[in-house]
Ligand binder design. Structure first.
Ligand code: TXA
Ligand code: MG
Length: 315
């Protein structure tokens, strides 16, 4: 299959281009599109046959559930059993934006979306191309990150093309994404809510709106609440090592004299989020064996970046 890349204006998406993409979705095919976090690989979320293609294209395990993307709050009413008051408060505060909320699912959500769970993850992305595409196709869009399973999430159309060329018909190219790290995922189905994946919307910001929540779930539980947490993630081919000091950097360079080593350093947490996955991919293209990244201690957004970094390092 030929994979077309369609350049589209992210501030004022051209209607004709949105229509091209929406028609592909209506035909049970896949379209990759930008969101504010990372690029997503979208299909009609109510069409089992279309959703199955996502798992095949990405090589994604079937028990790892997908997020449904909506373009307004109205659209979620038929997808969930109930909207808890606290969930509504989060929707009002953070949607559209990088927050995915887990609800109890309604009957119309196919089990293939939820990996057989009776809950469903939903978010409203803050990106005009994504919102227009959802609106025009008329369905909630199931969309995981548009990378091959296990690879770093794509932050540009080129990353998507590198991973999925020949496997999907269309990539909408709206330029580089704004944030660069996937959305925060919060489970609102239990009495005390819990973050299952940290992101740009931090625990502190959430607690300001709905009060105390549980400690963020960690990767290494035997039965993770979020199935995605048990899989290796975000990994470049090179070995990623997190370092704490320049002394440690020197030691590693001395220890591996034959290895090609790259040290990644960032000016700010925001820039680190925006560029890290891209840098991982560049390091692979340039044939580095080891990537060194300095640990960041920031407890807010930096916590989410460290989560991805730890996963990339295999921890
Ligand atoms: O920013 C994002 O969230 C991006 C963009 C494209 O929206 N999407 C994304 O999707 O990162 P994906 O499939 O790569 O990650 C979804 C995460 C996985 O860890 C999955 O296990 C979890 O959400 N998840 C989905 N449904 C769930 C559910 N019902 N219960 C618990 N975890 C769920
Ligand atoms: Mg992903």
């Amino acid at each position: 299959m030929e994979t077309k890349i369609l350049k589209i204006d992210s501030k004022k998406p051209q209607k004709s281009k949105i229509n091209v993409a929406a028609n592909i979705i209506k035909n049970s095919q896949l379209v990759a599109f930008p969101t504010e976090t990372v690029y997503g690989l979208g299909a009609n979320g109510l069409d089992k046959k279309a959703v199955k293609k996502i798992f095949i294209a990405k090589g994604r395990p079937q028990d790892n559930p997908l997020i449904l993307h909506v373009c307004n709050q109205e659209q979620i009413k038929t997808l969930v059993k109930e909207i808890p008051i606290k969930a509504k408060k989060l929707m009002d505060k953070f949607w559209p934006g990088p927050l995915t909320i887990i609800f109890k699912k309604s009957k119309i959500v196919p089990k293939i979306i939820t990996g057989n769970l009776n809950t469903v993850a939903i978010r409203m992305p803050k990106n005009k191309i994504a919102l227009e595409l959802i609106k025009e196709s008329g369905y909630p869009l199931a969309a995981p990150s548009a990378n091959l399973s296990g690879k770093p999430s794509p932050t540009s159309a080129k990353h998507v093309f590198d991973d999925l060329k020949g496997k999907i018909p269309l990539i909408m190219d709206g330029g580089k994404v704004e944030i660069g790290i996937e959305s925060t995922v919060i489970d609102m189905t239990s009495k005390i809510p819990q973050i299952l994946r940290p992101g740009k919307i931090t625990k502190k910001r959430i607690e300001k709106i709905i009060g105390k929540i549980k400690k963020t779930a960690f990767l290494k539980t035997k039965k993770p609440k979020s199935p995605g947490m048990k899989y290796k993630h975000y990994s470049p081919k090179a070995k990623v090592i997190i370092i704490n000091s320049l002394k440690e950097k020197k030691e590693i360079i001395l220890k591996y004299p034959q290895k090609k080593i790259k040290f990644l350093k960032y000016e700010s947490v925001i820039k680190m989020a925006k560029n890290m996955f891209n840098d991982f991919r560049l390091c692979d293209q340039k044939g580095y064996d080891i990537i060194l990244v300095k640990e960041i201690k920031d407890k807010e957004f930096g916590f989410a970046i460290m989560d991805r970094l730890k996963k990339a390092s295999g921890k």
